[in-house]
Design a protein. Structure first.
Length: 373
């Protein structure tokens, strides 16, 4: 039983430290600063016909001078009518659009598509996002402000899920929100370990200086995390987080359990390949904490452990988890979903173990492509 107490105490200490880092991270508010920075927004897409109309409408509504940004849309061999939708929009849009067809040269088509577009980008600052995203009208203004007020060359931005309509999606939202809490907490502690490619900005010269995604094209995912690691090695003081409500990019939760499992296996594959020891240890600690909770629960049912032991462990875990998730929900203005945290927290340990076991036995399928990891 001692190991159970050691694990939960370590977990409480580590998550408490991340909570401190979250509060330490400065929250920026939007000011009336003249737009000056020029952006190239890079968006790869594959079979996104369902999501592209919302994305394109959101881009059209950005409250930023049209002459200060361009949009590069890269068709990654879509099998649906995504390309037709994009081409139709370009003909009726006031935004400077460039449509490209990706030519993949590695096992990571997304990195190849991003590289192709970034090399053709005309502006100093690159922002990458995904085709299933929408933005605040002041998204680019928040980046402009941050760049003018900070010495940044790499900026990680916040990502949140759009309003879920039933518990399966609420579960994903809460799980994803906990990752946002950890991400911001790590930046607040000056120990960044992850970011999200749906909202990342960096200087084109930095990308070229770091040789882009070279060295990581053997892994399908991780365009965001591995570039972050390179930027940190180059100059960690020029890597920052944009903690601004107007900088949030909204994406959608998946709609089937099969897709959710594939998505989480894809995310887990990045953690196993990262060079960050802290990231790996944190992932292992979270998995162990959830695994031991399941063992305690099952053990208490068959009288191997007492209910009191289960109660102590559960209480400590839930309290610290609730604080981390609540502060992230507050920042994202999604605190209305906090009432579902207790149910999500009971389900999540089983889900995380299930994903962990599956990730040991092969690859996954994403966007109609099979990947190994």
């Amino acid at each position: 039983m001692i190991i159970f107490y050691v694990i939960i105490i370590l977990y409480v200490i580590v998550i408490s430290t991340l909570i401190f880092g979250f509060y330490k991270m400065k929250t920026e508010t939007l000011k009336d600063i003249t737009p000056e920075v020029k952006f190239s927004i890079v968006i790869p897409f594959r079979d996104e016909a369902e999501n592209l109309p919302e994305l394109l409408k959101s881009l059209e509504q950005l409250n930023y001078p049209k002459n200060l940004f361009e949009v590069l849309l890269i068709n990654d061999n879509s099998l649906d009518n995504s390309l037709t939708i994009v081409e139709s929009f370009k003909n009726n849009s006031t935004i400077n659009h460039t449509i490209l067809n990706a030519s993949s040269t590695s096992v990571s088509p997304k990195k190849d598509a991003l590289t192709q577009a970034i090399n053709l980008a005309k502006n100093e600052w690159i922002i990458t996002t995904d085709a299933d995203c929408v933005f605040s009208v002041n998204w680019l203004k928040s980046y402009n402000q941050h760049i003018k007020e900070n010495n940044s060359k790499f900026i990680a931005g916040p990502v949140a899920y759009t309003k879920p309509d039933f518990f399966f999606k609420i579960f994903q939202l809460l799980d994803f929100t906990s990752l946002i809490g950890v991400t911001i907490g790590c930046f607040g502690l000056k120990k960044p370990i992850m970011c999200n490619g749906a909202n990342v900005g960096f200087k084109k010269k930095l990308f070229q200086q770091l040789n882009g995604y070279n060295g990581n094209t053997n892994l399908a995912s991780g365009d965001d995390v591995f570039l972050l690691e390179k930027a940190l090695v180059n100059n960690k003081h020029q890597v920052n987080y944009l903690k601004n409500y107007h900088a949030i990019v909204y994406t959608k939760p998946v709609n089937t359990f099969k897709k959710l499992v594939a998505q989480r296996i894809r995310w887990a594959s990045k953690t196993s390949k990262t060079k960050s020891v802290f990231s790996k240890l944190l992932g292992l600690l979270v998995l162990a904490t959830n695994g031991f909770w399941v063992i305690l629960l099952l053990g208490s049912i068959i009288d191997e452990f007492t209910f009191k032991q289960l109660l102590i462990y559960t209480t400590l875990k839930l309290i610290i988890d609730f604080v981390l998730i609540y502060q992230a929900l507050l920042f994202l203005s999604q605190e209305q979903y906090f009432r579902y945290v207790w149910l999500s927290s009971i389900i999540y340990p089983f889900f995380s173990i299930y994903v962990g076991v599956l990730s040991l036995f092969g690859g996954y399928k994403w966007k109609n492509r099979a990947y190994k990891h």
